[in-house]
Design a protein around this ligand. Structure first.
Ligand SMILES: C[S@@+](CC[C@H](N)C(=O)[O-])C[C@H]1O[C@@H](n2cnc3c(N)ncnc32)[C@H](O)[C@@H]1O
Length: 187
């Protein structure tokens, strides 16, 4: 599992210096709020979404006074709402999935495709980070425990095809950051 960090952000901006830096950062899967706390200072607006109530409540306490918008619920439902509300480009850090410490999940255990659909339907020059490159194509995660996700369907190719040529400008694997980064065309 990767974390969003200053280095990842710098590399992402360096890869495409022609892209304006988005003012908004949205994370799915807050967990212990490590990534969102590291990233919030680089953005005018930051959002994070967590489905597990205990983790959400702890994150609310940890993030007090930071201005981060914390959302409790299923990212498959909340991302489409935010995607409509946010009228400017955002970085979407997609990291919500089954996890041994929480094991709670939404109606669908793997919200990635619903999250992506909502973002692709926008018209903004967004940047999407899909975390957990190491898990792509696998059936099992986390010390042999069965993963409820559908990582086996995820590959760079399937992500590129899902986003489609009308929206996809550029895609690259950030191996050190354990993620894939997709740069979307604006309307
Ligand atoms: C890998 S952890 C996230 C790590 C965090 N992004 C970080 O960088 O520190 C995955 C988190 O996603 C949450 N999660 C799982 N399904 C979710 C869903 N449908 N909506 C929102 N959060 C979800 C889990 O409860 C868990 O806290």
């Amino acid at each position: 599992m990767g974390y969003a960090s200053k280095t990842l952000l710098e590399d992402l901006l360096e890869e495409r210096p022609d892209y304006p830096k988005p003012g908004v950062f949205v994370e799915t899967g807050t967990y212990k709020a490590q990534s969102i706390l590291a990233m919030t200072k680089f953005f005018e607006e930051a959002h994070t979404i967590e489905i597990e109530k205990g983790l959400f409540d702890k994150a609310v306490k940890k993030c007090a006074g930071t201005g981060i918008h914390l959302h409790h619920g299923d990212s498959a439902e909340i991302v489409p709402r935010l995607a409509k509300q946010l009228g400017r480009p955002a970085i979407w850090y997609l990291d919500a999935h089954w996890f041994p410490d929480s094991q709670v999940h939404g109606e669908k255990p793997f919200p990635l495709w619903d999250e992506l659909k909502a973002i692709v339907d926008r018209e903004q020059q967004d940047i999407i980070i899909v975390d957990d490159l190491h898990a792509f194509g696998r059936r099992c995660l986390h010390n042999g425990k069965e993963d409820l996700g559908s990582w086996w369907e995820v590959s760079v190719k399937s992500l590129e095809e899902f986003v489609g040529p009308d929206r996809l400008e550029h895609c690259f694997k950030h191996v050190a950051g354990d993620c894939v980064i997709l740069y979307l065309k604006g309307a």
